[in-house]
Design a protein around this ligand. Sequence first.
Ligand code: PLP
Length: 397
Amino acid sequence: MTDFSSKDRDLQTRIVQPEDRITPGFESFAVPVARASTVVFPDLATMRSLVWSDDSRWRYGLHGTPTTIALAQRLAAIEGGEHALLQPSGLAAISNVYFGLVKAGDHVLIPDNAYSPNREHADWLASDFGLEVTYYDPMTGAGIADSIRPNTKLIWLEAPGSVTMEVQDVPAIVAAARARGIVTAIDNTYSAGLAFKPFEHGVDISVQALTKYQSGGSDILMGAAITRDIELHKKLKRARMRLGVGVSADDASLVLRSLPSMKLRYEAHDRSALALARWLKTRPEIAAVLHPALEDCPGHAFFERDFAGGAGGLFSIVFDARYSAARIDAFVEALELFAIGWSWGGAHSLAMPYNVRSMRTASQWPHEGVLVRLYIGLEDEADLRADIEAALGKALA
Ligand SMILES: *Cc1c(COP(=O)(O)O)cnc(C)c1O
């Protein structure tokens, strides 16, 4: 214990600058929460020797502390990457990719099933900042070559799409991009970096919404942009520095706390979700079950080829076209164990209806019926099945 009574300096000074700021010899499993705006240097020579691009040391709280750097390193390792930049949300990580890599006059390709706020962001950059944006059929594969222009600088991928679940032919798209020196970025949130390893397939940047499985608690917003290439990392890092965003050590420590259980949670979500998807496939009310491990899902063969470790808890069902949108709304509201809400990756099951036709501009959506996205949480699978069965009976009988 510090003795606050025995020093020469005033008590106020001793409270602000106690001598035991760091407890020697104390160790625990938790990464300490290193909160900082100011980072203190031992001398001016050290301060002057620091370069902003050095990830192993810190200069200012916004750009990293031992807590956030520990999280970034673990995320890079999960994904098979080398570097990770934390962002205050998944969408901020997407934004970081744009601001780091493209400028007015450049062309960007985005799959038609992309996470909607990515589209919103790209459309804004197109309308107000001179970016050229084209949406492409997510199932185009090697056909992407036909959409590439001389000024194409970035191709987004998302596999599976997080509402309609198409699994892209990632290697075919990457090959076309590489042949022309175009950077590829994948929104890899669906697989949490566990089931799909983008760098093994030649993708340059992997974006994660850590808000989902990495947090696991439906209580944190955070994102990451992960790379192997140091020059790409530095470009993204420079943009992040200029935009003035960072993450709090408290939030980072909560994600660090959840990471060790992520794979086991993902597997548990996957087991229940796959069992429920198979059962839903037998139901007469359902026209298609869009789960990457089932044949109804476009790109199922690519899932079998490129993924290892399951699909987690997220999939969608398409109802028979004889049910109106109002009846499907009634079904969603009749569910007792599935909450109505955005996001996913936590312990609680969720359901959300979508009007997919209104979300597409570059590809035909083949289904007439309403799509409901289900997120299967960690509740007992039989209870979830009974809940869905009861809601089907109540709303659609
Ligand atoms: C949730 C999500 C994001 C964005 O994450 P936020 O932290 O909510 O901004 C990005 N991509 C996908 C596929 C997501 O599901």
